[in-house]
Design a protein around this ligand. Structure first.
Ligand code: ZN
Length: 314
């Protein structure tokens, strides 16, 4: 049996045929256009090519940003460059025979579904996933089910308020987790210090090579002992640890899985984060909740999307 996974992104859309072991047998990548009339034929051409060169899939899983109704696969809310998909049923746009079931969900739940079927959450019933990227996404497996909430909004852990008086967030709230821990928050902190002329390798680097002004560079400078970078990174991890300890109190997970490109920092992130969560949660939980990197590690998003066909559902 094979399944089809599709990841619809703002810049690129990837589709791939995935086998039962979670391996991609064939894939196609298309540039995501900005209008439906161009998008539909290019997506359906890619899918037709994949099916002809492998096999008809037993099911289709689609990952996409925005709020998606998993029962109907309709995209209820989607801002940004993919807005032309709002109001559409993803099941209607793949162009395969109607008897092939289509499942769809947002990026973070797709990432967790991939871990449940083929990764770090196999065999587990209660899992938290945080995707640490430009923003912070989240998803929760609760008693074996992907948590969706009343209107599908559940799991937006990046919008947990961690500072009521904090910076205004992209969602309109103040002081959300992703305003203090995310690639953009860490980059913004570094830029602010550079503008103030702080004594740091970042000041020279950001000014002379702005293309290197990234969260990854700040982590790298911290690893090499730069005082300013250490202060920024450790401050951000401290706040993430506080938020995550609170989430562990609420969800009582067996493990916490970290995905997203900020999690590529590896032990530089994991070691201090585990320490902070342990200090804050040992009193109530009485155990050390393992915090691990995602195992599926599929940057294409295809495998996670494909896993929706096999993932547990309400
Ligand atoms: Zn927010």
């Amino acid at each position: 049996m094979v399944v089809l996974g599709i990841d619809i992104g703002g810049n690129q859309t990837r589709a791939g045929i995935v086998n039962e072991e979670g391996a991609i047998l064939a894939s196609r990548t298309i540039q995501t256009p900005t209008d439906l009339d161009t998008f539909l034929p290019s997506l359906q051409d890619a899918i037709r090519w994949l099916v002809e060169s492998t096999a008809l899939p037993a099911g289709v899983g689609v990952g996409c940003k925005g709020l998606i109704d998993p029962d109907t696969t309709m995209i209820q809310t989607l801002r940004g460059p993919l807005h032309f998909l709002q109001g559409l049923r993803l099941a209607d746009i793949v162009g395969l025979p109607l008897e092939i079931p289509v499942f769809a969900d947002n990026d973070a739940r797709v990432a967790l579904a991939g871990e449940v079927v083929w990764g770090a959450a196999r065999g587990l019933e209660n899992v938290l996933m945080l995707t640490l990227g430009n923003g912070v996404g989240g998803a929760a497996l609760v008693n074996g089910r992907l948590l969706r909430g009343h209107a599908g909004v559940a799991g937006h852990m990046g919008h947990l308020t961690v500072n009521p008086h904090g910076a205004i967030c992209s969602c309109g709230n103040r002081g959300c987790l992703e305003t203090v821990f995310s690639a953009r928050a860490i980059e913004a902190d570094a830029w602010a210090a550079v503008h103030r002329g702080c004594d740091s390798v970042l000041t020279q680097l950001f000014r002379e090579q702005p293309q290197l002004a990234s969260c990854r560079t700040v982590f790298q400078a911290a690893r090499e002992g730069d005082g300013l970078a250490i202060a920024i990174v450790s401050g951000a991890i401290y706040k993430l640890g506080a938020a995550l300890a609170g989430l562990c109190h609420i969800f009582d997970p067996e493990i916490v899985i970290l995905g997203g490109h900020v999690a590529d920092a590896g032990t530089d992130l994991l070691v201090p984060l585990r320490e902070e969560v342990w200090i804050r949660s040992r009193g109530l939980l009485g155990r050390d909740v393992p915090i691990v990197e995602q195992q599926v590690g599929d940057k294409s998003g295809i495998i996670g999307a494909a896993s929706l066909v096999m993932a547990p559902r309400p």
